[in-house]
Design a protein. Structure first.
Length: 77
């Protein structure tokens, strides 16, 4: 479509390849934030039954659940 002049750009990219590259860099940034746990605010000093290890496991499980819920909400929009 772009080659024939029928494509009306809505973003400030010169071509689809630049858009694709930017989208890929954003996705990589999101993956990195999930991996280093900077996508969610949480406390590292949570204990469960006096156990820091159990608190860490619960926190990690909660982070996964929060991210799943967010992704599901975004998918249905």
């Amino acid at each position: 479509m772009q080659e024939f002049g029928l494509y009306k750009p809505t973003y400030d990219f010169a071509n689809a390849e630049m858009y694709k590259d930017k989208l890929e860099s954003i996705r990589q940034l999101q993956k990195n934030k999930i991996k280093d746990k900077s996508s969610v605010s949480y406390s590292e000093s949570v204990t469960v039954g006096g156990s820091l290890a159990k608190g860490k496991k619960m926190t990690n499980d909660n982070i996964k659940q929060i991210l799943r819920c967010f992704n599901n909400e975004v998918k249905i929009l």
